[in-house]
Write a protein that binds this ligand. Structure first.
Ligand code: SAH
Ligand code: SF4
Length: 373
């Protein structure tokens, strides 16, 4: 394995230290940092404001990222893009870029695999390989920001009606980051948080805290920690069931942090931050999608500053589960709303290329529509 330092794993003070040891003037560190996170340079060669000798030293003594793009699949007319990255140790992770008329969002992984074992999730079925480093998380976002720039020429060939919606957007700028790919962010809290700080840094990538969202399976200690952080990123909590028996069956983590503990942590989070949380609820036909369960959920969440995001289950090979029919999804939504809980149904992207929520497993599942180098 290549042991050279990964530049994306270095915070600005680390870069200052390294370049100081190399005898470089102090201002070079900021120049390099801006090349990495503002110019999105893809190699030291592209950093034309740095002296040639320094570029060469960077090229031989550091690595600019470790993700190797092994496959890119696209769907939704090129506006959903799933990347499969191979890491130097052979682990694989996936990221999904979704372009909308008014925004562009990347969904990134925080671990290779996941130890939480939720029965409905493709990542959960593969187990945990390892945690990702801050640089490995950040690099997925940089990939998306660069990849976005490549979309424009192709969309110009689209039908006029689509052209209006797409070309009228800010789609060449990455506007949102969601930590909802492979892995449980709070099981890799320190490294994940360093990636959040790096992406937020106004001197660097400058992603607004309000434009970042983390989703957790419900690790209560992580919710407590997030409440104490200075950056107000958004919090989504995977709930998926209105009672402990069913939730434990679907999500083993519920035995450690049952619903009451999870909601206590959530209430404390809201009290400390004044921020609304989202609850995610995957709808499985005949399992958790009964109107009576919606009523129970509404009762459970009453008084909590929240919003519920319903996600019709996306198929995972080998999982003996079914996706709720449309009518049941709408009925569930109505019942929740009648119970006073704001609620939306998540718009789906990339199901055909297994790029939708819970389908990321780093293996070629689903039909590859477009395979690019
Ligand atoms: N580990 C975190 C974040 C990654 S999963 C978490 O569990 O919250 C992101 C969301 O997709 C979670 O709400 C998860 O429960 C949901 N999900 C998992 N498998 C799914 C599937 N097959 N279909 C739809 N949503 C799924
Ligand atoms: Fe892990 Fe989230 Fe999948 Fe559960 S739903 S197995 S926590 S990635």
């Amino acid at each position: 394995m290549n042991e050279l330092p990964n530049l994306y794993d270095l915070a600005l003070p680390d870069i200052e230290r390294m370049l100081g040891e190399w005898g470089q003037p102090a201002y070079r560190a900021r120049q390099l940092y801006r090349q990495l996170y503002v110019n999105l340079a893809d190699s030291p060669t592209a950093m034309t404001d740095l002296p040639v000798a320094l570029r060469e030293r960077l090229a031989t003594e550091t690595r600019m990222g470790v993700l190797e793009l092994a496959r890119l699949q696209t769907a939704d007319e090129g506006l959903t893009r799933k990347a499969l990255f191979r890491l130097p140790d052979g682990a694989v992770v996936e990221s999904v870029l979704m372009v909308y008329p008014d925004r562009a969002t990347v969904c990134v992984s925080t671990q290779a695999g996941c130890a939480m074992g939720c029965v409905f999730c493709a990542t959960g079925r593969m187990g945990l390989l390892r945690n990702l480093s801050p640089g490995e998380i950040v690099e997925q976002v940089l990939w998306a920001a660069r990849d976005l720039r490549t979309i424009e020429p192709r969309t110009k060939n689209r039908e006029p009606k689509d052209r209006v919606s797409v070309l009228g957007s800010r789609f060449s700028v990455l506007t949102n980051v969601v930590f909802m790919g492979m892995g449980e962010p709070f099981a890799n809290y320190d490294r994940w948080w360093r990636s959040v700080e790096r992406l937020h840094d106004p001197e660097g990538f400058n992603m607004g805290a309000r434009n970042m969202t983390v989703s957790t399976v419900g690790l209560a200690p992580g919710i407590h920690r997030l409440a104490g952080e200075s950056l107000p990123i958004n919090l989504a909590i995977s709930l998926h069931a209105p009672d402990d028996a069913l939730r434990s069956e679907m999500m083993p983590v519920n035995r450690r942090y049952p619903i009451a503990a999870l909601l206590d942590a959530t209430r404390e989070y809201i009290a400390r931050t004044n921020r609304r949380v989202s609850f995610e609820y995957v709808l499985l036909q005949g399992k958790n999608d009964d109107p009576a369960q919606a009523a129970a959920l509404a009762k459970l969440l009453r008084g909590i500053l929240c919003h519920v995001n319903l996600i019709p289950w996306n198929p995972v090979p080998g999982a003996p589960l079914g996706r709720s029919e449309r009518a049941r999804v709408l009925r569930f939504q109505q019942e929740l709303q009648a119970g006073g809980i704001p609620c939306t149904v998540r718009v789906e992207r990339g199901v055909a290329i297994a790029a939708a929520c819970g389908q990321l497993a780093g293996a070629p599942v689903g039909a590859p529509l477009t395979i690019e180098p």
